[in-house]
Design a protein around this ligand. Structure first.
Ligand code: C2E
Ligand code: MG
Ligand code: MG
Length: 591
C-alpha cells in the first residue's frame, strides 16, 4: 500500500555509500565527483580522478564505443542504460561493468544543487559479459583499424619497389609499363598486342555501403580471376583504385576475349556471406606492332594503355557493363573536353574567373570566423559556372595549377584587405587546393612567395585539402604540407569522412583543422549513424588538438546539434550562401 509519509533521505550518504560506483562529470566529460564505492573498486584516490577526463577510465576500444554509442544517445535521449563497458583501475586491469548514465538537464528543483545542471551522472555496476552486438561493433572497428594499419605497412614496403600492388599482388602501373615496353620490343613480327583496361562500375558504392574491407575483398577476387585467365605471355596489373589492365598477344585470343572478361568479373563474389555482383566497363586497344617501326617501345606502350583507357570511359558513358574498342576518331566527349580545356585557358587569361566567399561562423562566440573562397567562372555565353563545371577538366590536364595559383593570389589579397583594421578580430580565408596542385613541387614556394610579397600573417590563410589529396602517395604532397606547415599556413582536411582515409591517417600529416562533410551534417536529427559519425569526428578532432568545422548547415536544428556537440566553426546556407566579392564589406552576420 502506498504511504504518504515523507521519506527523509540523506542524499550525501546515498551518493557516498550507494551500492554502485557513481561518477559525475561535467559537460566536457571532466570528472567533478566520484563516490567511495567507485574509488574502492578501481583503486584511485578522489584527488587522482577529480579534474581529469572521464574517458581516461576507459580502455581504447571502450572510448570508441563511448563516443560512437553512448554520447549520441546521451545527447538524444538524455540517458543510456545497461551498456556493457570495461573500466580501467589504477592497476590497469579492466573491470567489466554495466554503465548507465543520465544527463541533468532540467532546472534544479528547490533544494537541488544548481551546480549539477549540465552534468552527467554515470552509474557502474559489475557485469559478466558484453553483449554480442557490442563485441561485434568493437571487433569490427578493431578489425578495420588493423586492416588499415596492415595495408598501409604493406603499401609502404611495396612503394619502395613500387612494382606490385599491395592489395592484389598484381603488377602496379609502375611495374606494368616497362614490362609492356619489353613485350612490345620482343613481340614476334606480325603479332598484334591487345591491351584491355577494365574499370569496375560503381565500385564506390560497394565501398560506401559495405565498407572498405568488403571493397578490398571484391578487388582481390577480381584480381584473382583475371590472373587465372591470363597465361605466361600476358600481363595483368591493377593501375588505379578500381582499374585493371590485361595485355596479351591479340592473335592468340582476339578482342572477343573482352566478352570473357566481362563474364568473369560479373560472376557473383562472396563477401561476408553475401553474393556481390559487380560489373566492369572495358576498353580495348589493338596496336599492330609491325606498323609501329621507329616509335620507341615505351611510348607505344603508353599510347596503348591511354587509348584503352579512353575506350573504357566511352564504354562507361555508353551505359557500363560492356566493352568498347578504341578507334582513332575521338568521340564527342573527348572533343568536348579538349574544347573546354581551351576555353578555360583563354578564360583565365581573359579574367573571367572570380572568387566568391562563404562566411564561416565561430559557434562559441557566434561571430564571423572567416571565409571559404570558392571559384566561379563568368562564362560570356553560359552565365555563371561553378567548380563542378570545370575543376575536373582543369585537374586532369594540369591547368588546375595555374587556376589554383590565381585563386591563392586573389584570396591572399582579399584576406589582407579584410584584416586591414588592426583592432578588429582576425578573419581567416580558406582556399581549396586540389590533389594535383598538392603534388606540384612548386606549390609551397609559390604560396610562400605570395605571402611574403603581401605581408599577410600566414596563420590567416587556410588551405583545404581533400582526403584523396593526402592519400595519393605523392612525396611532393608530403613535402608541400611540411613546408607550408613550417611557414605557418593552416591546413584543413576538406570533406572529412568521405574519403575512407580513417582517423589513423591524420597523425602522419601536420593538419590543423577537420572539415566534416555536409552529407553527414544533413543527417543530423534524422540519422543516428550520421549523429554518431559527426560526434566521433568532433571528439577525435579535439582529441588530436584540431579545430573542427562543419559544412553544409542548412537548418537551425543542425546548427543547434553541432553547438551541443562542441563543434568549433560552421559554414552553410543557413548562415549564408557564398557571397560575391563586392557584397562582402556590407554583409553582417545575423545569428
Ligand atoms: P567544398 O570545398 O567542399 O566547398 C563547399 C561546397 O558546398 C561549395 O560548393 C559551397 O557552395 C557548397 N555549400 C556551402 N554551404 C552549403 C549548404 O548549406 N548546402 C549545400 N547543399 N551546399 C553548400 P561549390 O562552390 O560549388 O564548390 C564545389 C567544390 O569545388 C568545393 O567543395 C571544392 O572542392 C571545389 N572548389 C571550389 N573552389 C575551388 C578552387 O578555387 N580550387 C579548387 N581546386 N577547388 C575548388
Ligand atoms: Mg572546401
Ligand atoms: Mg567540403
Amino acid at each position: 500500500m502506498a504511504t504518504d509519509v515523507p521519506l527523509a533521505v540523506d542524499y550525501e550518504t546515498l551518493f557516498r555509500a550507494g551500492p554502485g560506483g557513481i561518477v559525475i562529470a561535467d559537460s566536457s566529460n571532466t570528472i567533478v565527483q566520484v563516490n567511495d564505492h567507485m574509488l574502492e573498486w578501481i583503486g584511485f584516490s578522489r584527488e587522482e580522478l577529480v579534474g581529469n577526463s572521464f574517458t581516461r577510465l576507459l580502455p581504447a576500444a571502450d572510448r570508441i564505443l563511448f563516443s560512437a554509442r553512448a554520447m549520441p544517445l546521451l545527447f538524444l535521449d538524455g540517458r543510456v542504460s545497461d551498456l556493457s563497458f570495461n573500466v580501467l583501475g589504477k592497476d590497469r586491469v579492466a573491470r567489466a561493468v554495466h554503465l548507465s548514465a543520465s544527463r541533468v538537464n532540467q532546472r534544479p528543483e528547490a533544494g537541488e544543487a544548481p551546480s549539477l545542471v549540465g552534468t552527467t551522472v554515470f552509474l557502474f555496476t559489475p557485469r559478466r559479459e558484453r553483449t554480442a552486438e557490442e563485441e561485434h561493433l568493437i571487433s569490427a572497428v578493431r578489425h578495420a583499424e588493423k586492416a588499415d594499419a596492415l595495408r598501409r605497412e604493406a603499401e609502404y614496403d611495396l612503394a619502395r619497389s613500387a612494382q606490385f600492388d599491395a592489395l592484389t599482388s598484381l603488377l602496379s602501373r609502375v611495374g606494368l609499363m616497362p614490362r609492356l615496353a619489353d613485350m612490345v620490343r620482343n613481340a614476334p613480327p606480325a603479332c598484334d598486342l591487345v591491351t584491355f583496361v577494365l574499370g569496375l562500375d560503381h565500385f564506390r558504392v560497394v565501398n560506401e555501403s559495405l565498407g572498405q574491407a568488403a571493397g578490398d575483398q571484391v578487388l582481390k577476387a577480381v584480381a584473382d580471376r583475371l590472373l587465372a585467365l591470363t597465361d605466361e605471355g600476358s600481363l595483368c596489373a591493377r593501375v588505379g583504385d578500381d582499374e585493371f589492365v590485361v595485355v596479351g598477344p591479340g592473335s592468340a585470343r582476339g578482342v572477343s576475349f573482352a566478352d570473357t572478361l566481362l563474364d568473369i568479373v560479373s560472376a557473383p563474389i562472396l563477401v561476408d556471406d553475401l553474393d556481390i555482383v559487380v560489373t566492369a566497363s572495358i576498353g580495348a586497344s589493338e596496336s599492330p606492332i609491325t606498323t609501329a617501326e621507329g616509335i620507341a617501345p615505351a611510348s607505344l606502350a603508353e599510347t596503348q594503355v591511354r587509348q584503352a583507357t579512353s575506350a573504357m570511359y566511352q564504354a562507361k558513358a555508353m551505359g557500363r557493363n560492356r566493352w568498347k574498342r578504341f578507334t582513332s576518331v575521338l568521340d564527342d566527349s573527348a572533343i568536348n573536353e579538349i574544347r573546354l580545356l581551351g576555353e578555360i585557358r583563354a578564360a583565365l587569361a581573359d579574367g573571367q574567373f572570380r572568387l566568391e566567399y562563404q562566411p564561416q561562423l565561430d559557434l562559441e562566440t557566434r561571430r564571423l570566423h572567416g571565409y571559404e573562397a570558392l571559384m566561379r567562372w563568368d562564362h560570356p555565353e553560359r552565365g555563371v559556372i561553378g567548380p563542378a563545371g570545370f575543376i575536373d577538366v582543369a585537374e586532369r590536364s594540369g591547368l588546375v595549377n595555374q587556376l589554383g595559383a590565381w585563386a591563392c593570389r586573389v584570396a591572399i589579397e582579399r584576406c589582407l584587405q579584410l584584416n586591414a583594421s588592426p583592432d578588429a578580430p582576425p578573419i581567416t580565408v580558406s582556399v581549396n587546393v586540389s590533389a594535383r596542385q598538392l603534388g606540384d613541387p612548386r606549390l609551397a614556394e609559390m604560396i610562400a612567395e605570395l605571402l611574403a610579397e603581401s605581408g599577410l600573417d600566414p596563420a590567416l590563410l587556410t588551405l583545404e585539402i581533400t582526403e584523396t589529396g593526402l592519400i595519393t602517395d605523392s612525396p611532393g604532397a608530403h613535402r608541400n604540407l611540411e613546408l607550408l606547415h613550417g611557414h605557418g599556413v593552416r591546413l584543413s582536411i576538406d570533406d572529412f569522412g568521405t574519403g575512407h582515409a580513417g582517423f589513423a591517417y591524420l597523425k602522419d600529416f601536420p593538419v590543423d583543422e577537420l572539415k566534416i562533410d555536409g552529407s553527414f551534417v544533413a543527417g543530423l536529427g534524422d540519422s543516428a549513424e550520421d549523429e554518431a559519425i559527426v560526434a566521433s569526428c568532433i571528439d577525435v578532432g579535439h582529441a588530436m588538438g584540431l579545430s573542427v568545422v562543419a559544412e553544409g548547415i542548412e537548418t537551425r536544428e543542425q546548427l543547434d546539434r553541432l553547438a551541443e556537440m562542441g563543434c568549433d566553426v560552421i559554414q552553410g546556407y543557413f548562415y549564408s550562401k557564398p557571397l560575391r566579392d563586392d557584397s562582402l564589406d556590407t554583409w553582417q552576420p545575423s545569428i
